[in-house]
Design a protein around this ligand. Sequence first.
Ligand code: G3H
Ligand code: 13P
Ligand code: ZN
Length: 286
Amino acid sequence: MLVSGKQMLEHAHKHGYAVGAFNINNMEILQALVAAAEEERSPVLLQVSEGAIKYAGMDYLSAMVKVAASKTDIPICLHLDHGTTYETIMQCMTHGWTSVMYDGSHHPLETNIAETAHIVKVAHASGISVEAELGRLSGTEDNISVAEKDSIYTNPQEAEKFVRETGIDSLAIAIGTAHGKYKGEPKLDYERLDTIKKMLNMPIVLHGASGLTEEQLKKCVSLGVNKINIDTDFRQAFTDGIHSAFDADPDVFDPRKILSPAREAVKQVAIKKIRMFGSSGMADVK
Ligand code: G3H
Ligand code: 13P
Ligand code: ZN
């Protein structure tokens, strides 16, 4: 069943868990993620980047997710990940997506506020939820200074103003995570997360969560993160699955035999993440 991002994340906020926000690029990854969510009786947020839309097509991705949602009672949200243009967001809305992210985090605060507020107005008129981001996701160096931290990470006072003036449904924050594979060990600013959650009392989103330890992920959930974005870990699992098919038979040429272990590998990783996020069984909690 397809649900709005707001409904899904408000439930997570109320019950103190995080929904896995998992990127999809093709049918096998989508099927793996939905199978994992069904097995765990967990809601799942399927997110699509502009790159994924370019690769697979808005119509194919929309249709596949709608088929998946129509075949299950698990809550599924179809979300645009890092939307950068008004055009893409409008297209998602006309294709029945239930949530969008507008990423204006590279803009100065006032521009980010003005553009995000405009998108919120349009999206909310159609019952579509909006996530937006404040701060930069550039990871951390061990010796980062307090001043540097303050200029890169989400500033709690700015976050309060941003939420008040835009009316967004969830806020993506920067506390030391980065997209892709980490070079060093990520150091997270839990104190900042705690302050922001207490000030805003709303669904908080963590991007760049691949590569974080179970302890880090659980700590973030305990401090109020309600949506955890994972892409890289699934890309790795999918590719490892393909390698395993070739290791087992270097002459294999049936794509189904190559992609089946890839799909299974993604499913197993998704089950582990769902358990860490505390969302198992939450599809059945009112
Ligand atoms: O945060 C970015 C996601 O991992 C999507 O990456 O733009 O390469 O699809 P992509
Ligand atoms: P990772 O690829 O680092 O998991 O980041 C995913 C993400 O933030 C998608 O928006
Ligand atoms: Zn992201």
